[in-house]
Design a binder for this molecule. Structure first.
Ligand code: WTA
Length: 650
């Protein structure tokens, strides 16, 4: 386990907000007592608890056993056959929801589309047939690199319908990042668009795909949605237009009964070392977990209009824009573009226009809203809004208070939800009608979750003591493995604390049992909710021909949560300059994506290292954030290195 056992908690916050009684009276979970009863039942018999929820969904064949646990490998609903696309679409098409809006989409230029559940059934079936015609079979991987357009949701649901495993790569990633992920996943087909709109400009997605796929031997076909209408090169024998293939395809394609453990998707996430990890999620458990949490946490009702601002390229978009929300038959609003295009009121305009009742976003976005000013939201009608949520990083209490006042009008509960790509769904969260909230705390674990804060020996620490956040028992939505690398899965998540899943986060539990997440304890930076391994950025820097060595750290940033600072030492014969710093920033942008560009590059003759040669990022973090080094420097190899770095700063 890295850094130390001395995580300190400095946050002091005593405000408590009781659930709104009107809200509670109508909520799915109506009181703290009701939540406690659920928690008790789930603790006594978790398998019975989850099986009852699973029974609310459609299964082609019932499971034989709820859980098979050979630590750290879990199988849920063993032997059961189901289909998540069926549960998100077809199930509702047999009810009065058939012609209800499933997806309300708003394009950045202002165009709009509404797809009912029946529309979705036709479109998803059609695209399932297109994939089949391209030779995609059950178990094959399909890469997805798309803007936030309805075709993105249709694509992943079509994969799920026929049992192809999708791997979505966020459209902000570079062609190199796409290539590496497609090669690791061994994708057969990549689905993309000519381009996407972003802040009034155009992102050349197809150009990136062309560069990437030239070096992806497994990719046989590329399907291209026409979104911007820009000129693109279509390679004969490989590239096909979405609209042409869809026009030829039948709109009938029954959902394939799939084993509960059939792999639904692979989503790449950063680790502490080396290459990105392909987090594997399977069908049945993930479906039950996202379905149940969507209902408890967002309190979804048939009359709700739910709006999640996450991109489907991240796990939040998978679980709480598409799967969990549609599994509940709710209406999901999807927005293509930037929150401040053409003006900083775009999201508020969308809330007003569609009568959004539930709004889920990230603390980094909230900090931007605060900076842009109160006049923007104050122009709009929020009278239908009844619930707010956040995810992605700790929310600082002042941002929470602003969100409550300016967006929630002190009427809407706020659910601060803690979870990870690896956990599949929300794990620590208030239930809006049941849980008193404290700004900055994600509050309590969901029923059935055995979570603790422990010291480096795995011993539970006392109230208000910082430690490592771990989970002792399996839960339905948990990742099953790292794609093609079960050993790394064991090593990365299940080896730090004997017999437990280690989240990588530090946390404390207060006297009421509330969890306060303190962020990553390892070397991962979280920029605007994009979680990046410092190693990846360092590797990108070192791949530049002038760079000898690089160390990357996060420093606190008011808007993006953390900002990246890079300490770089150059190969001899090269001299530091502003031009070179800019060139290195661009280089990282090309290698990973522009969101990963360091905010600042500091040139240094040498980097502080331990005697075993490990770069002491902790010290660099202190320098980057301008604080005095208080930590232990006894393992530092050469103290003068540190002094030189400091002098540089002045
Ligand atoms: C952080 C996003 C505090 C945490 C769903 C976690 C949070 C990482 C919260 C996962 C929250 C997420 N409060 N920290 N409510 N939600 N985090 O995989 O460090 O992109 O481990 O999943 O984000 O990021 P990921």
């Amino acid at each position: 386990m890295s850094s130390s056992d001395q995580i300190q908690s400095v946050l002091k916050e005593d405000r408590v907000f009781a659930p709104n009684p009107d809200f509670a009276a109508k909520a799915h979970v109506k009181s703290a007592a009701e939540r406690e009863a659920m928690t008790k039942a789930a603790a006594e018999d978790p398998e019975k608890f989850w099986a009852e929820i699973a029974g609310e969904l459609h299964w082609f064949e019932p499971w034989k056993k709820v859980l098979n646990w050979k630590a750290p490998f879990a199988e849920w609903f063993v032997g059961g056959k189901t289909n998540i696309a069926y549960n998100c679409i077809d199930r509702h098409c047999e009810t009065s929801r058939r012609n209800k809006a499933a997806i309300i989409w708003e394009g950045e230029p202002g165009d709009s589309r509404v797809l009912t559940f029946a529309d979705l059934q036709r479109e998803v079936s059609r695209f399932s047939n297109v994939l089949k015609a391209l030779g995609v079979e059950k178990g094959d991987r399909v890469g997805v690199y798309m803007p936030m357009i309805p075709e993105l949701a249709i694509t992943i649901l079509a994969c799920a319908r026929i049992g192809a495993t999708h791997s979505v790569v966020f459209g902000g990633f570079s062609s190199d990042a796409l290539r590496d992920r497609m090669n690791d996943a061994e994708a057969k087909v990549v689905v993309t668009a000519d381009g996407g709109y972003r802040r009034g400009g155009v992102v050349d997605l197809k150009v990136n795909v062309d560069t990437a796929v030239d070096e992806c031997p497994t990719v046989k076909s590329v399907v291209v949605v026409q979104r911007t209408g820009q000129d693109v090169t279509m390679k004969a024998g490989r590239d096909v237009w979405w609209h042409e293939k869809m026009a030829e395809a039948s709109d009938v394609c029954p959902a394939e009964p799939l084993d509960a453990e059939h792999p639904l998707f692979i989503l790449y996430t950063s680790g502490t070392t080396g290459k990105p990890k392909g987090v594997v999620h399977t069908t049945g458990g993930y479906m039950v977990h996202t379905y149940a949490t969507s209902r408890w946490v967002f309190d979804l009702k048939d009359e709700d209009t739910y709006f999640c601002t996450a991109d489907i390229g991240w796990v939040t978009g998978h679980s709480y824009l598409v799967y969990g929300i549609l599994a509940n038959g709710a209406t999901s609003v999807m927005y293509e573009g930037a929150p401040n295009y053409p003006k900083p009121d775009r999201l508020w305009q969308i809330i007003d226009k569609y009568g959004v009742s539930i709004f889920y976003t990230a603390p980094t976005a909230i900090r931007s809203f605060v900076k842009w000013g109160n006049e923007w939201p104050r122009k709009y009608r929020f009278d239908r809004l009844r619930l707010l949520g956040t995810v992605g990083e700790p929310i600082n209490p002042e941002a929470w208070i602003w969100y409550n006042r300016e967006i929630g009008h002190e009427r809407c509960p706020i659910v601060d939800t803690w979870w990870q790509t690896e956990t599949g769904g929300i794990l620590v969260t208030p239930f809006p009608g049941a849980t008193p909230t404290k700004p900055g705390s994600a509050t309590l674990p969901i029923p059935g979750l055995d979570m603790e804060v422990v010291d480096k020996n795995g011993v539970k620490v006392g109230a208000n003591k910082g430690g490592f956040l771990i989970i002792r028992k399996p839960w339905p939505g948990m990742m099953r493995t790292i794609y093609k690398d079960p050993e790394r899965f064991k090593e990365q998540y299940w080896s730090q604390v004997e017999g437990a899943y280690f989240t990588g986060d530090g946390a404390r539990q207060d006297e009421d049992g509330y969890f306060w997440i303190m962020g990553r304890i390892d070397d991962v930076v979280n920029v605007s909710g994009h979680r990046l391994g410092t190693m990846e950025v360092e590797s990108a820097l070192v791949s530049h021909n002038t760079v000898a060595e690089a160390a990357v750290v996060g420093r606190p940033d008011e808007i993006t949560g953390q900002a990246i600072e890079a300490f770089v030492s150059l190969e001899s014969g090269n001299n530091p300059s502003d031009e070179l710093a800019e060139e290195l920033r661009q280089h990282v942008g090309k290698e990973i994506g522009s969101f990963a560009k360091p905010a600042k590059i500091r040139f240094a003759d040498a980097l502080p290292k331990t005697r075993s040669g490990k770069i002491m990022r902790r010290l660099l973090r202190d320098i980057a954030s301008g604080s005095e080094t208080v930590g232990d420097t006894t393992t530092l190899e050469d103290l003068s290195v540190l002094a030189a770095l400091r002098d540089d700063d002045e």
